[in-house]
Design a protein. Structure first.
Ligand code: CA
Ligand code: CA
Length: 188
């Protein structure tokens, strides 16, 4: 089997991805061509460096964290895994019964992982500070950032362990329009 054949998308695969992610046949075909364009090595998978060529990610201060959360296993990802991640960004109302990955909870899990840098299922003050740094750059003093982090944690820290658990995170995000913030219109 040559390189060409290995990166071709089979009809059966399209149907499986459709069932798994809720994307339509046409959307899958179009995203496949974006995937193939990013896949410079033409081996059917994307590396972290490939991802950072997506302009929307390259200019996003959290782009690197976002890319990191795509690569949980630290290996390159294939098209199917790529689609599973993207499906978390589909608008919540697009296809609610068929698709479980674009629910509010899945979106929040994904966002939580972006903050939880060491993957211990808790957001510590240091992790929060690291992310705040990425978001605001050097516009705010160390001291101000420290007090923002302290205030954020004390507001949501129900069990007083000085960390934010996923449950506390969900509660803190109750009033945030996750739909608006975490639905990326890739296809427009
Ligand atoms: Ca952590
Ligand atoms: Ca806590």
């Amino acid at each position: 089997m040559g390189t060409r054949a290995s990166i071709q998308l089979q009809d059966s695969e399209i149907r499986e991805i459709q069932a798994e992610t809720g994307f339509s046949h046409n959307q899958i075909v179009r995203l496949y061509s974006r995937f193939a364009n990013l896949d410079k090595s033409r081996n059917g998978s994307l590396s972290r460096a490939d991802f950072l060529r997506i302009p929307e990610l390259a200019i996003n201060p959290l782009g690197d964290r976002l890319v990191q959360s795509f690569f949980q296993e630290n290996t390159d990802i294939n098209f199917r895994q790529f689609m599973q991640v993207l499906s978390r960004f589909r608008p919540i109302k697009a296809n609610p019964e068929k698709n479980k990955l674009n629910t509010r909870e899945e979106k929040l899990k994904f966002a939580f992982k972006m903050y939880d840098l060491d993957g211990d299922e808790l957001i510590s003050k240091n992790e929060l500070l690291t992310i705040l740094h990425m978001m605001v750059g050097t516009n705010i003093s160390e001291e101000q950032l420290g007090s923002i982090a302290d205030r954020t944690i004390s507001e949501v820290d129900d069990d007083k362990d000085n960390c934010i658990s996923f449950q506390e995170f969900v509660k803190a995000m109750e009033r945030v329009d996750v739909e608006q913030k975490m639905s990326i219109r890739f296809l427009h």
